[in-house]
Ligand binder design. Structure first.
Ligand SMILES: [Zn+2]
Length: 78
């Protein structure tokens, strides 16, 4: 398998933290995905995509226990 972005073939399984938006919040979930070691592009298989969809719908229904790990802040820069 080659990276479609940078053409590198150095793609490895890594545990990453995926950010899922939930209203104004961001929920982090750990996922095992293939990551290009050269440019950082992530490759999700069907099973992982499905998992993300399940998490999204459970978040919508408030059916998933979440804990606060930080704040999301915004700065206005001109
Ligand atoms: Zn790449």
């Amino acid at each position: 398998m080659k990276c479609v972005i940078c053409k590198s073939s150095d793609i490895q399984m890594r545990t990453i933290e995926e950010e899922i938006k939930s209203g104004k919040d961001i929920v982090l979930i750990s996922l095992e995905v293939l990551v290009c070691q050269s440019c950082g592009e992530r490759y999700y298989d069907r099973k992982t995509m499905r998992k993300i969809e399940v998490v999204r719908s459970r978040l919508k229904k408030h059916d998933l226990k979440v804990e606060e790990v930080g704040r999301v802040l915004r700065a206005n820069v001109s």
